[in-house]
Design a protein around this ligand. Sequence first.
Ligand code: PLP
Length: 364
Amino acid sequence: MPANTALESETKTIANGPAPREAVLKMAPYHPPTGGRRNKLRLDFNENTVGAPPHVIDFIKRYLTAADLSIYPEYEHTLEELAAFFKVAPDELTLTNGTDEAIHILINTYVSEGDSVVLIEPAYAMYRFYSQLAGATISEVRYRHGNLAFPLSELLEQLDANTRAVLIGNPNNPTGTGTNVDGIRQILRAAPNAAVLIDEAYYEFSGVTVLPLIREFPNLFVSRTFSKTYGLAAMRCGCLFSQSANMAHVRKAQSPYSVNALAAMAVRIAVQDRTFVEEYVLEVLAAKELLYLGLERLKIPYIRTLANFVLFEAGERAIEIRDELRNRGVLVRDRSYEIPGAVRVTIGTRDQVQRFLSELEKIW
Ligand SMILES: Cc1ncc(COP(=O)(O)O)c(C=O)c1O
């Protein structure tokens, strides 16, 4: 073969690149939030709509040293203080790079290719994302038709001793619905060999938690995040809780410095003063009632929520309503691709809800 032909065929092979794993080939690409959100009223990603807690920003501005950023992160103090805050032992808690990493390391620790993972749909996209990435066999139970209630009996029917993981948002995103502590107990009993993750990203709004049950159920994992109520989504920090023996396995599947030093510092300061969070939750709960009234006045059907967002029914106009609102500076999320006609709006302050309602009224 002439030299240049050999080179050409070699380049061709390299240009094609290595073949990805089968599980990756099968996945649809995930599209993260679009850019250009800063100067709009951001009611599309369930973040805190008033910004990060001022006492956290003040602390970072005043006390951040050059060494804080030049040395690899040390988590000891953050772990101790968060453990005390959440009333668990430090070895019952793993600090994670957002809930996303909690889901990722849980799956990496417990789910092999072909293993059975049970999800309730529609739900937070990352449950499916990491399960698919692991090559799991996913069984799916649907939230109930119409009122999108938590399908407890249908879920219990799907669970058995072969289930390796069950991932549940309680309350769930995007439905805003959930189950109670007794419901979770039944799930834990029905899937004795599974890692059961109860994602409590919206706990501060729902007030329902199963965190104290980690002592009772060795198959229970609970996650919390600083991305929502705490106003620290950009920091990417969350916590995963379970019995210490489980945490020891999970930590082996985590890279050693996945939470950055600034995030570890910010969350430590965030839990020192609860006033910001308490006031924000009260404001959102008041704004929720205002939103319900406004939607009722416009005769728009909606689902009552346990979280800081509401799904409302825009029928055929879901995408158009989202786009029209965006043109008026208000961002909401179209969810009609998974629940026909559904649009999701984050509940912010009463003023923000008022602004959303007045823009919606103009285009409805
Ligand atoms: C149910 C649920 N879990 C987790 C997350 C993401 O949390 P984090 O920012 O901690 O990764 C979201 C974000 O929308 C969510 O709705």
